[in-house]
Design a protein around this ligand. Structure first.
Ligand code: ADP
Length: 636
């Protein structure tokens, strides 16, 4: 009878913790055991390269899964390096004592030994699903085999046993099903296959299992004979072994890339582009990234969760690693695989995220370059991208106080007065007129609405291009950018439009001086609805328009008004501008001499008109209606 041993004290506590809390998903026990088996095979394979005594070729190595439904037993067998009694004691008797790490150190820390488990607790995850675990193992070079057995916290026994071949066989007697947990699912072939596919698809040795399939019995299922089925069993390899991303780009067709995307990320549509990146140096990784062709339904909601799949040497560590993607590229789907990650005990959290940060930075640059390339070489495709995710890029420019604006500014596109289609800032600047100082923009609801804005008249007349900003975030993004290629952005509604020639300026100044009295009468009538009433330098044919002083534009006011909880009631500081070349100006001048009351009434109407042209509601429609009727019936 084998002597029962206690787990070392600290192990007891750790084991308890492990079983109850470290892992969020019990199902990962299979990944851990398979990773251990793969490590053990790696070690023996490594030896076989220099030691003919091993007697196994690469193709001989395998991991075998067997489920015995009747007895509730799951078995995982490998023909790897195995463990001696001492190793069983040391590796499985003390949690956090990783034999893999010791092996790597003994072999000079050679980088070609690609070992997944370096921390030393994965094995114990078996106790999340098993009430008893047996490890039968025969170490390479030893003629004895040993059985390690434990039912959890109480301790373990080690005794000699029978085992012919070198390797390890792990037998889990699964816990009984409860209301919350169906442990017996881990005996179902569909479940096991899907877990292998999910977590261990790229383990480099075959993971095999006997699978049952129903086949139509020969001679049945014809017109006369009803179909009968018979069950066939066959051993299948469950994992695909070579990760697509580890292959050479030249060996992969576009169809393969796209198929992988559709299957892995559940998208019916082909991706717009794929990026297969291989990096060595400060950050060593392989990555396969995709830009979807459409935004997912929940993309612009809080429900959307960004992230890439994170693999460590072909083993899935995390399904959605958010840290790998900056928010402005949150639409990217894909995965990154690196050998350099230091994993902590649960493989679910990353102990040091320095490496992860380096990878994320490098991926960010890669995505940016790919998008830039698409913009230059495949304009139509890029516009499709822009339609789906342009909004996110614009948010990216604005968010974080513009921290990413330099990275993103070349990716921006806006509609323009020139061609009514999307242009980049680079295109805008490269065709600016010689005497043009600013990049002009106008904000509004739609291209058609902005195109009619009175404020755009003089600028268009000068032959200058105007960017049409149709989404609420646009103006915030542009203000955050401040300038592009040293050209300042300027709103067509800015108080300091600075578009007149010196002579024109002089003339306006004089006329403004002469009209002071008239403007202050209108201002008085409007009260604090406007900050000022003044002469306009930007109008040609329209009688009046609204502009703003300060940072908050009229369009921003509209945006704030539509936001929930706008208790601060953010408002633009409005200025009513009147066109001195319009006939109404002469009428106002005359009224200023003859009928101040009417002048005030006209001022109110002009203000209401300007609001309506801006797409803003008049503040008191009833009062306006009365005023108009009074004028029509000559009461004013
Ligand atoms: P880790 O795999 O992170 O090192 P584990 O707790 O999973 O930690 O395993 C502890 C050690 O036990 C491993 O490092 C390895 O030396 C040994 N071991 C576990 N499973 C096997 C196996 N199937 N074959 C050989 N050795 C194994």
């Amino acid at each position: 009878m084998a002597e029962a041993k206690q787990f070392k004290a600290e192990s007891k506590r750790l084991l308890d913790m492990m079983i109850n809390s470290i892992y969020t998903h019990k199902e990962i026990f299979l990944r851990e055991l398979i990773s251990n088996a793969s490590d053990a095979i790696d070690k023996l394979y490594f030896k076989s390269l220099t030691d003919d005594g091993v007697g196994l070729k690469k193709d001989d190595f395998q991991i075998y899964i067997e489920a015995d439904k009747d007895n509730g037993v799951l078995k995982i067998t490998d023909n790897g390096i195995g463990m001696t009694a001492e190793e069983l004691e040391n590796n499985l008797g003390t949690i956090a004592n990783s034999g893999s790490l010791a092996f790597k150190n003994e072999n000079g820390g050679a980088d070609d030994i690609d070992i997944i488990g370096q921390f030393g607790v994965g094995f114990y995850s078996a106790f999340m699903v098993a009430k008893e675990v047996e490890v039968r193992s025969k170490a390479y070079g030893s003629d004895k085999a040993y059985l390690w057995k434990s039912s959890g916290v109480d301790g373990y026994t080690i005794e000699e046993c029978e085992k012919d071949s070198v390797g390890t066989e792990i037998t889990l007697t699964l816990k009984d099903d409860t209301d919350d947990e169906n442990y017996s699912d881990y005996l179902m072939q569909w479940k096991l296959k899907s877990l292998v596919k999910k977590y261990s698809d790229y383990i480099r040795f075959p993971i095999k299992m006997e699978m049952e399939h129903d086949h139509l019995k020969e001679g049945t299922g014809t017109d006369d004979i009803p179909p009968e089925y018979e069950t066939h069993t066959a051993v299948e390899t469950l994992n695909s072994m070579v990760p697509l991303w580890r292959k050479n780009k030249s060996e992969i067709t576009d169809e393969e890339y796209n198929k992988f995307y559709r299957e892995k990320f559940y998208d019916y549509n082909e991706p717009l582009a794929h990026i297969h990146a291989k990096a060595e140096g400060t950050a060593t990784y392989d990555a396969l990234l995709y830009i979807p062709s459409q935004a997912p339904m929940d993309y612009y909601t809080k429900e959307y969760e960004k992230g890439l799949q994170l693999f460590s040497s072909g083993v899935l560590i995390m399904d959605k690693c958010g840290d790998l993607l900056p928010d402005h590229f949150s639409f990217v789907k894909g995965l990154a695989d690196s050998q350099d990650l230091s994993l902590n005990i649960s493989r679910e959290m990353l102990q040091h995220d320095r490496q992860l940060k380096l990878i994320a930075k490098s991926l960010e640059r890669t995505v940016k370059n790919e998008l830039k390339k698409m913009l230059t070489n495949e304009r139509e495709k890029y516009e499709k991208f822009w339609k789906a995710f342009g909004l996110q890029i614009k948010f990216g420019v604005y968010n974080g106080y513009g921290a990413n604006k330099e990275l993103l500014k070349d990716l921006l596109m806006f509609h323009s007065s020139f061609e009514k289609k999307l242009v980049t800032l680079d295109e805008y600047v490269s065709r600016m007129k010689e005497d043009q100082k600013y990049i002009y923009y106008a904000a509004g609801e739609s291209v058609a609405q902005i195109d009619c804005l009175p404020q755009t008249e003089v600028i268009k007349d000068k032959g200058y291009e105007i960017l049409y900003l149709t989404e609420s975030v646009d103006e915030f993004a542009v203000q955050m950018l401040m300038n592009y290629e040293e050209k300042q952005f300027k709103s067509v509604s800015a108080s300091d439009l600075d578009i007149e020639t010196p002579e024109e300026k002089e003339e306006t100044k004089k006329l403004a001086e002469d009209s002071k009295d008239m403007f202050s009468c209108i201002k008085e009538a409007l009260g604090d609805k406007v900050r000022e009433v003044r002469l306009s330098e930007r109008l040609k044919t329209h009688p009046c328009c609204l502009t703003n002083e300060g940072q908050i534009s009229l369009d921003m006011e509209k945006t704030f008004a539509s936001m929930p909880g706008n208790e601060h009631n953010v408002k633009a500081e409005k200025v009513l501008e009147i066109n001195p070349n319009h006939d109404i100006f002469k009428t106002l001048q005359k009224l200023n001499e003859t009928d101040k009351n009417k002048l005030a009434a006209y001022g109110k109407i002009l203000y209401a008109q300007a609001l309506l042209i801006e797409g803003m509601p008049v503040e008191d429609p009833l009062a306006l209606s009365e005023l108009l009727c009074d004028l029509m019936t000559d009461k004013q």
